[in-house]
Design a protein around this ligand. Sequence first.
Ligand SMILES: Nc1ncnc2c1ncn2[C@@H]1O[C@H](COP(=O)(O)OP(=O)(O)OP(=O)(O)O)[C@@H](O)[C@H]1O
Length: 294
Amino acid sequence: MNVIEIKNLTKTYGSSRGIEDVSFSVEEGEIFGFIGPNGAGKSTTLRTMLSIIYPTSGSVTIFGKDSVKDAPEIKKEIGYLPSEVFYYDNMRVKDLLKYSASFYKKDCRKRIAEMAEIMDLDLNKKIDDLSYGNRKKVGIVQGLLHEPKLIILDEPTGGLDPLMQQKFFELLKEENRKGATILFSSHILSEVQKMCDRVAIIKEGRIIAVEKISTLKENNHKKIRIETKIPVDAAIFEFTGVTNVEQDENTISFLYSGDINVIMQKLAGIELANLWVEEPDLEEIFMHYYEKEE
Ligand SMILES: Nc1ncnc2c1ncn2[C@@H]1O[C@H](COP(=O)(O)OP(=O)(O)OP(=O)(O)O)[C@@H](O)[C@H]1O
């Protein structure tokens, strides 16, 4: 079952582009990554889904319900962490969270205490006195305190130190194990690679690929790096399946997708000093996708 279905979603801001014809679905129980550079349209997509802003055209259904018409009902089941959090600075953390919890017909006290403990958040502090990272933690607890079935995170890790990021990811994975579906927007590839099952890549307002992380990584791409005894012209690697060729004196590296025997035959004709065959990281694959589109 699809928890989210986005169909031909377009949002323009006056005459300027927001997103164009965005379509993808997120299945129940998935951790789905939404990745693209700054200004690509991630926040616009998420805000439109949540009816914070309204679509110019197209539709979003969440739990089979219309995101605009059924917004109040849907929102009860969603935990949303916006990319920037703003609060009434004078409030204490516990009062803000108590107020947030009052919107749900649930006793959230135990959950708030548990998460504050995990995230090392002092509930008695005034929001005014918190650092950026600690404010982010408040946002996380606020987004998750009602144990939502769908968690939507817009660039959630900004300001968190590596230890806190790890704790936060563990918290999310635990929610996922308990059945929550997660949509995770980021421009940081390593965290998407670590967390997500599938990913949609957005560029200049349009979706350019929706892939399983495992497919993206495998997809028969190998990262090959050679060191030669004498300088070799990298142009010999300009053939089908080879991309991202880089040369630095006697070292040449490239991505290869295709029959491994073809590349072995090429290499057999060169006097090598060393050879490395590695799995490319997501960053390299991602750049490859981008280049393909230009
Ligand atoms: N309120 C607005 N008014 C006008 N244009 C906007 C508005 N919000 C976003 N845009 C434009 O829409 C496009 C998509 O922006 P969006 O914030 O959705 O991107 P993003 O992928 O979330 O990037 P970032 O990581 O920088 O937040 C950008 O060109 C941006 O300038």
